[in-house]
Design a protein. Structure first.
Length: 301
Protein backbone atom coordinates (compact mmCIF):
# COMPACT_ATOMS: atom_id res chain seq x y z
CA UNK A 1 0.00 0.00 0.00
CA UNK A 2 1.08 3.60 -0.54
CA UNK A 3 3.02 5.17 2.30
CA UNK A 4 1.56 8.09 4.21
CA UNK A 5 3.49 11.37 4.33
CA UNK A 6 5.10 12.20 7.65
CA UNK A 7 2.44 13.28 10.15
CA UNK A 8 2.68 15.80 12.95
CA UNK A 9 1.27 14.97 16.37
CA UNK A 10 -1.90 16.95 15.66
CA UNK A 11 -2.35 15.37 12.22
CA UNK A 12 -1.87 11.91 13.69
CA UNK A 13 -4.40 12.59 16.44
CA UNK A 14 -6.94 13.80 13.89
CA UNK A 15 -6.36 10.81 11.59
CA UNK A 16 -6.50 8.04 14.23
CA UNK A 17 -8.73 9.31 17.04
CA UNK A 18 -11.28 6.46 16.92
CA UNK A 19 -11.09 2.67 17.14
CA UNK A 20 -12.90 2.41 13.80
CA UNK A 21 -10.29 4.58 12.03
CA UNK A 22 -7.49 2.44 13.48
CA UNK A 23 -9.23 -0.83 12.55
CA UNK A 24 -9.80 0.30 8.96
CA UNK A 25 -6.18 1.36 8.57
CA UNK A 26 -4.83 -1.81 10.20
CA UNK A 27 -7.00 -3.89 7.84
CA UNK A 28 -5.16 -2.32 4.88
CA UNK A 29 -1.80 -3.23 6.41
CA UNK A 30 -2.77 -6.75 7.41
CA UNK A 31 -4.46 -7.50 4.07
CA UNK A 32 -3.00 -4.97 1.58
CA UNK A 33 -4.54 -6.79 -1.40
CA UNK A 34 -7.84 -7.50 0.31
CA UNK A 35 -8.90 -10.10 2.86
CA UNK A 36 -7.21 -13.51 2.70
CA UNK A 37 -8.18 -16.31 5.09
CA UNK A 38 -5.19 -17.18 7.26
CA UNK A 39 -6.25 -20.84 7.30
CA UNK A 40 -7.36 -21.74 3.75
CA UNK A 41 -6.47 -18.72 1.60
CA UNK A 42 -10.06 -17.91 0.56
CA UNK A 43 -10.68 -14.25 -0.28
CA UNK A 44 -14.42 -14.14 0.50
CA UNK A 45 -15.75 -13.41 3.97
CA UNK A 46 -18.66 -12.38 6.14
CA UNK A 47 -18.16 -9.40 8.43
CA UNK A 48 -19.66 -9.58 11.94
CA UNK A 49 -19.89 -5.89 12.92
CA UNK A 50 -20.89 -6.45 16.55
CA UNK A 51 -17.61 -8.30 17.20
CA UNK A 52 -15.49 -6.83 14.39
CA UNK A 53 -14.80 -10.34 13.11
CA UNK A 54 -14.08 -11.49 9.54
CA UNK A 55 -15.40 -15.03 8.92
CA UNK A 56 -14.17 -17.01 5.94
CA UNK A 57 -16.99 -18.09 3.61
CA UNK A 58 -15.20 -21.34 2.79
CA UNK A 59 -13.87 -22.74 6.08
CA UNK A 60 -15.63 -20.47 8.63
CA UNK A 61 -12.30 -19.46 10.20
CA UNK A 62 -12.75 -16.27 12.20
CA UNK A 63 -10.17 -13.51 12.44
CA UNK A 64 -9.88 -9.90 13.50
CA UNK A 65 -7.45 -7.25 12.30
CA UNK A 66 -5.28 -8.05 15.35
CA UNK A 67 -5.28 -11.85 14.97
CA UNK A 68 -1.73 -13.24 14.72
CA UNK A 69 -0.18 -9.80 15.01
CA UNK A 70 1.77 -8.34 17.93
CA UNK A 71 -1.62 -7.05 19.11
CA UNK A 72 -3.11 -10.55 19.23
CA UNK A 73 -5.76 -10.84 21.99
CA UNK A 74 -4.89 -7.41 23.30
CA UNK A 75 -7.11 -5.64 25.82
CA UNK A 76 -5.47 -2.30 25.05
CA UNK A 77 -7.46 -0.06 22.68
CA UNK A 78 -6.10 0.24 19.13
CA UNK A 79 -5.94 4.02 19.50
CA UNK A 80 -3.35 3.53 22.25
CA UNK A 81 -1.50 0.89 20.22
CA UNK A 82 -1.29 3.30 17.29
CA UNK A 83 0.10 6.02 19.56
CA UNK A 84 2.67 3.60 20.99
CA UNK A 85 3.80 2.59 17.49
CA UNK A 86 3.90 6.20 16.35
CA UNK A 87 5.97 7.32 19.35
CA UNK A 88 8.32 4.32 19.10
CA UNK A 89 8.85 4.98 15.38
CA UNK A 90 9.31 8.75 15.33
CA UNK A 91 11.75 9.33 18.19
CA UNK A 92 15.31 8.22 17.39
CA UNK A 93 16.04 8.21 21.13
CA UNK A 94 13.25 5.70 21.76
CA UNK A 95 10.57 5.90 24.42
CA UNK A 96 10.74 4.34 27.87
CA UNK A 97 7.92 2.33 29.42
CA UNK A 98 7.52 4.96 32.12
CA UNK A 99 7.29 7.70 29.51
CA UNK A 100 4.84 5.75 27.36
CA UNK A 101 2.62 4.86 30.32
CA UNK A 102 2.19 8.56 31.03
CA UNK A 103 1.68 9.59 27.40
CA UNK A 104 -1.01 7.05 26.49
CA UNK A 105 -2.47 6.60 29.99
CA UNK A 106 -1.82 2.92 30.63
CA UNK A 107 -0.17 1.11 33.52
CA UNK A 108 3.60 0.66 33.55
CA UNK A 109 3.35 -3.16 33.02
CA UNK A 110 1.09 -2.60 30.00
CA UNK A 111 3.44 -0.01 28.50
CA UNK A 112 6.44 -2.28 29.13
CA UNK A 113 4.72 -5.22 27.40
CA UNK A 114 3.51 -3.11 24.45
CA UNK A 115 7.01 -1.78 23.81
CA UNK A 116 8.56 -5.24 23.99
CA UNK A 117 5.99 -6.55 21.51
CA UNK A 118 6.89 -3.68 19.17
CA UNK A 119 10.60 -4.44 19.58
CA UNK A 120 9.90 -8.08 18.72
CA UNK A 121 8.31 -6.95 15.46
CA UNK A 122 11.37 -4.80 14.77
CA UNK A 123 13.70 -7.75 15.36
CA UNK A 124 11.65 -10.09 13.18
CA UNK A 125 11.53 -7.56 10.36
CA UNK A 126 15.29 -6.98 10.33
CA UNK A 127 16.02 -10.72 10.54
CA UNK A 128 14.99 -10.95 6.88
CA UNK A 129 18.04 -8.97 5.76
CA UNK A 130 21.80 -9.49 5.86
CA UNK A 131 24.71 -7.08 5.72
CA UNK A 132 26.57 -7.12 2.39
CA UNK A 133 29.37 -5.55 0.35
CA UNK A 134 31.96 -4.09 2.77
CA UNK A 135 31.28 -4.80 6.46
CA UNK A 136 33.11 -3.33 9.46
CA UNK A 137 33.01 -5.78 12.37
CA UNK A 138 34.00 -5.11 15.97
CA UNK A 139 32.98 -5.88 19.53
CA UNK A 140 31.62 -3.63 22.26
CA UNK A 141 30.70 -3.80 25.92
CA UNK A 142 27.47 -2.55 27.45
CA UNK A 143 27.13 -2.20 31.21
CA UNK A 144 23.98 -2.36 33.30
CA UNK A 145 23.13 0.11 36.05
CA UNK A 146 26.04 0.50 38.46
CA UNK A 147 28.30 -1.87 36.51
CA UNK A 148 32.03 -1.48 36.94
CA UNK A 149 35.23 -3.44 36.65
CA UNK A 150 37.77 -4.00 33.91
CA UNK A 151 37.58 -2.11 30.65
CA UNK A 152 37.78 -3.60 27.17
CA UNK A 153 37.81 -7.30 26.35
CA UNK A 154 38.50 -8.29 29.95
CA UNK A 155 35.29 -6.60 31.09
CA UNK A 156 32.46 -8.40 32.85
CA UNK A 157 29.93 -6.21 31.02
CA UNK A 158 27.58 -7.57 28.36
CA UNK A 159 29.48 -8.48 25.22
CA UNK A 160 28.17 -7.48 21.81
CA UNK A 161 29.47 -8.08 18.29
CA UNK A 162 28.59 -5.20 15.97
CA UNK A 163 28.62 -5.08 12.18
CA UNK A 164 27.86 -2.25 9.78
CA UNK A 165 27.78 -2.45 6.00
CA UNK A 166 29.32 0.24 3.82
CA UNK A 167 28.94 1.37 0.23
CA UNK A 168 31.92 1.23 -2.13
CA UNK A 169 32.72 4.85 -1.29
CA UNK A 170 32.66 4.15 2.47
CA UNK A 171 29.23 5.47 3.47
CA UNK A 172 27.29 3.59 6.17
CA UNK A 173 24.27 1.53 5.20
CA UNK A 174 22.86 -0.98 7.70
CA UNK A 175 23.77 -2.24 11.17
CA UNK A 176 23.43 -5.54 13.06
CA UNK A 177 24.24 -6.26 16.70
CA UNK A 178 24.38 -9.55 18.58
CA UNK A 179 24.80 -10.14 22.31
CA UNK A 180 27.17 -13.07 22.97
CA UNK A 181 28.38 -14.92 26.04
CA UNK A 182 32.04 -14.66 25.05
CA UNK A 183 33.90 -13.07 22.17
CA UNK A 184 35.62 -16.07 20.60
CA UNK A 185 35.93 -17.61 17.17
CA UNK A 186 32.65 -19.52 17.43
CA UNK A 187 30.69 -16.40 18.36
CA UNK A 188 32.27 -14.40 15.54
CA UNK A 189 31.63 -17.16 13.01
CA UNK A 190 27.98 -17.51 14.08
CA UNK A 191 27.43 -13.75 13.98
CA UNK A 192 28.82 -13.61 10.44
CA UNK A 193 26.81 -16.62 9.24
CA UNK A 194 23.52 -15.25 10.59
CA UNK A 195 23.96 -11.61 9.63
CA UNK A 196 26.47 -11.16 6.79
CA UNK A 197 26.01 -12.27 3.19
CA UNK A 198 28.56 -14.75 1.82
CA UNK A 199 31.23 -13.14 -0.35
CA UNK A 200 31.21 -9.85 1.53
CA UNK A 201 34.45 -8.17 2.55
CA UNK A 202 34.79 -8.01 6.33
CA UNK A 203 37.11 -5.47 7.93
CA UNK A 204 38.17 -6.06 11.53
CA UNK A 205 41.05 -5.43 13.87
CA UNK A 206 43.67 -8.09 14.51
CA UNK A 207 42.04 -9.67 17.57
CA UNK A 208 42.63 -13.48 17.35
CA UNK A 209 38.92 -14.34 17.50
CA UNK A 210 38.39 -12.78 14.07
CA UNK A 211 40.89 -15.13 12.42
CA UNK A 212 38.10 -17.67 11.79
CA UNK A 213 36.83 -15.33 9.06
CA UNK A 214 39.99 -15.85 7.00
CA UNK A 215 39.08 -19.45 6.15
CA UNK A 216 35.38 -18.76 5.54
CA UNK A 217 33.04 -17.63 2.77
CA UNK A 218 34.11 -14.04 3.29
CA UNK A 219 36.99 -11.86 2.18
CA UNK A 220 38.58 -11.02 5.49
CA UNK A 221 40.67 -7.88 5.77
CA UNK A 222 42.10 -7.66 9.33
CA UNK A 223 44.24 -4.74 10.40
CA UNK A 224 46.48 -4.85 13.46
CA UNK A 225 46.12 -1.54 15.26
CA UNK A 226 46.52 -0.12 18.73
CA UNK A 227 43.25 0.33 20.62
CA UNK A 228 43.61 4.12 20.44
CA UNK A 229 43.67 3.93 16.63
CA UNK A 230 40.79 1.46 16.21
CA UNK A 231 38.19 4.22 15.95
CA UNK A 232 39.97 5.55 12.88
CA UNK A 233 40.46 2.21 11.14
CA UNK A 234 36.91 1.01 11.90
CA UNK A 235 35.40 4.45 11.78
CA UNK A 236 31.71 3.81 11.22
CA UNK A 237 31.26 0.79 13.46
CA UNK A 238 32.73 2.80 16.34
CA UNK A 239 30.33 5.68 15.67
CA UNK A 240 27.40 3.24 15.67
CA UNK A 241 28.60 1.68 18.94
CA UNK A 242 28.89 5.13 20.52
CA UNK A 243 25.39 6.10 19.35
CA UNK A 244 23.94 2.81 20.62
CA UNK A 245 25.45 3.39 24.06
CA UNK A 246 24.05 6.91 24.13
CA UNK A 247 20.64 5.49 23.15
CA UNK A 248 20.74 2.82 25.89
CA UNK A 249 22.07 5.09 28.63
CA UNK A 250 20.11 8.18 27.67
CA UNK A 251 16.63 6.68 27.39
CA UNK A 252 16.87 3.56 29.55
CA UNK A 253 19.71 4.57 31.91
CA UNK A 254 21.63 1.35 31.33
CA UNK A 255 20.36 -2.19 30.96
CA UNK A 256 21.17 -5.62 32.26
CA UNK A 257 21.95 -8.46 29.87
CA UNK A 258 18.52 -10.14 29.88
CA UNK A 259 16.74 -7.72 27.54
CA UNK A 260 19.75 -5.95 26.02
CA UNK A 261 19.39 -7.74 22.68
CA UNK A 262 15.84 -6.44 22.24
CA UNK A 263 16.90 -2.84 22.81
CA UNK A 264 19.84 -3.21 20.41
CA UNK A 265 17.41 -4.63 17.83
CA UNK A 266 15.30 -1.50 18.31
CA UNK A 267 18.33 0.73 17.80
CA UNK A 268 19.37 -1.13 14.62
CA UNK A 269 15.81 -1.11 13.23
CA UNK A 270 15.59 2.64 13.56
CA UNK A 271 19.17 3.21 12.32
CA UNK A 272 18.52 1.08 9.24
CA UNK A 273 15.55 3.27 8.32
CA UNK A 274 17.04 6.65 9.16
CA UNK A 275 16.51 7.99 5.63
CA UNK A 276 12.82 7.05 5.52
CA UNK A 277 11.48 9.34 8.24
CA UNK A 278 8.16 9.95 6.48
CA UNK A 279 7.56 6.18 6.27
CA UNK A 280 8.53 5.09 9.79
CA UNK A 281 5.04 4.79 11.25
CA UNK A 282 3.67 2.86 8.28
CA UNK A 283 6.69 0.57 8.11
CA UNK A 284 6.52 -0.22 11.82
CA UNK A 285 2.75 -0.72 11.73
CA UNK A 286 3.26 -3.17 8.85
CA UNK A 287 5.91 -5.01 10.85
CA UNK A 288 3.54 -5.22 13.82
CA UNK A 289 0.69 -6.49 11.61
CA UNK A 290 2.56 -9.39 9.98
CA UNK A 291 4.79 -10.68 12.78
CA UNK A 292 3.84 -13.18 15.46
CA UNK A 293 3.29 -11.91 19.01
CA UNK A 294 5.41 -12.57 22.07
CA UNK A 295 3.78 -13.19 25.44
CA UNK A 296 4.49 -11.74 28.86
CA UNK A 297 5.55 -15.17 30.14
CA UNK A 298 8.07 -15.54 27.29
CA UNK A 299 9.56 -12.16 28.16
CA UNK A 300 9.87 -12.87 31.87
CA UNK A 301 11.19 -16.44 31.82
Amino acid sequence: MAQQPSMSLLAFQKRFYTEEACRDYLFKHKWPNGYVCEKCGCTEYYFVPTRHIYECKKCSYQATVTSNTVMHRTHTPLVKWFWAIYLAARDKSGVSAIGLSKQIDVSYPTAWLVLHKIRKAMEQRDSNYKLANIVELDDAFFGGPGSSGKRGRGSSKSKVIVGISLTDDGKPQFAKMKVVDVIDGNAVKEMAKDNIKSGSTIKSDGYPSYKVLTDSDYKHSPEFVKSVDAAEVLHWVHIVISNAKAFINGTYHGLGCKHLQKYLDEFCYRFNRRFWENQLFDRLLSACSINIPITYSELTL
